[in-house]
Design a protein around this ligand. Sequence first.
Ligand SMILES: [Zn+2]
Length: 576
Amino acid sequence: MKLLPFDDLPAHSARGFVPVKIDPGDWKQIAPLFDTLETRANRCRTAADLERWLLDWSELSAVLDEEGSKRYIAMTCHTDDADAEKAYLDFVERIEPPLKPRQFKLEQIYLQHAARGKLPKDRYEVFHRNTGVHVELYREENVPLETEEARLSQRYQKLAGSLTVRFRGEEKTLAQMARYLEEPDRALRQEAWDLVANRRLQEAENFEDLFDQLVKLRGQIAQNAGFANYRDYAFRAKCRFDYRPEDCLKFHEAIECEILPVVRALQTERRQLLKLDRLRPWDLAVDPMNRPPLRPFEQAGKMVAATQKIFDQLDKELAGGFKTMQDRRLLDLDNRKGKAPGGYQSTLAEARLPFIFMNAVGVQRDVETILHEAGHAFHALWTRDEDLYAYRHAPIEFCEVASMSMELLGHEFLETFYPPPDAKRARRTHLEGIVSFFPWMATVDAFQHWIYTHPGHTRAERTAAWLALMDRFGDGVDWGSCERACANLWHRQLHIFLHPFYYVEYGIAQLGALQVWANAKLDKARALADYKRALALGGSRRLPELFSTAGCRFDFSVETVKPLVALVRHELAKLN
Ligand SMILES: [Zn+2]
């Protein structure tokens, strides 16, 4: 049975180290290759020897990475296929655990290698720095704690994913309930919102229990690694060399001063258009003119064709990249039974080709998602010529510039999906979504700064800290009579549970994307050329250089934020 949507993909380059006929799912065949790399390191004398060794290690990493990706893709495209699930779990349970210590050993060998000093400094600066962090933070005693953290995270996902409500006689998941918030009938919206909020509140104690355990565990992990608190540990572990916690706090202030007033004005406008005295939490997703939801396409095939037309108008090379993905069937986009939820872009590391997975159902959000994931895919395509595996991935703050820029640059051509008035409405929805995301991002990020710098806090103190932030970044929505839901709103933000401190990146990247968009308004050809040059750097340069190559400042103070907000306001005014 054929489980992958694409045929066999040719490797980007012929293998020089890993045997062609090896089974990457069999650890017995993989382990000897690590043995070889360990012993061969002793024989590297020159910079050229060591570079060859690094490339062979890269080749092995890419083969294993691609095998894991293929099994993940097969499983998510066929959740009802027991063999696909088993193949994926086999890889996670039998390959990944023995792999980690072997990769770590090679990192140690590299750092201590006598020939390392002979390598070109500029070229290996970032690789050396990041490898140093892995080795520096590694603690034997943290391994079981991290396993426990993963177990608790999985319990959160299971709990959050299992919640359902009975709505008008039918059982619905919370995700399925979201569409009722777009209904013009206000009583219906409130009924749907109340049901979901109350279902979550029934689990509030469970979410709090889980989170207490996670915070304690993370504090211990940080302490074992020699850090005063988990925040400082997390910044180091995420290789945040180019900004500090204080920069994030300044970013929150910039959002409060520059963006929040715009969001509040938009909400006031929404309230007036809806002819309401108070804007309630269930009034935020409906069209303010009470028009039915936008319907950009019926089938995924139409979405692909219209997206191709957008890239055809935007840039020939990007259009060619998207065409290649279609020709090689590297897209699985339609929603159908037996597919995992959500969407992602995955890179087949040996073929050096991207794959996009989605569950398109024909809403405006799908249009934003395909443009976003295409941006990630272009990143993978533009780093194909990089031979060092570690440099084919950029830091997340810049990966999201690649994707969010495409949303903004692509949205100028939404007429490929809509008649002109609807295209205008879609652009407006998109821009409003961008500005209103910032205060929420700041709330989530500031909350985590508070949590991990207040060890031993009580639940009551934590709730008070959250409510203070909801107040500080509140956009004028009236939470009266829903105070408990407001106090527990963070329970639904998965990042707080699963990926601590991973959220500010979206804000940083959005500033980059808005700058690329602003540049394109002045000189489109140049902005796109800079964008592609920056993508091609992959992860080989530091963040400020990736940003500057793309024509952006790596800075999130008022100075950067202010003109971008002015541009968005100006564009929004044109769309009225
Ligand atoms: Zn993304």
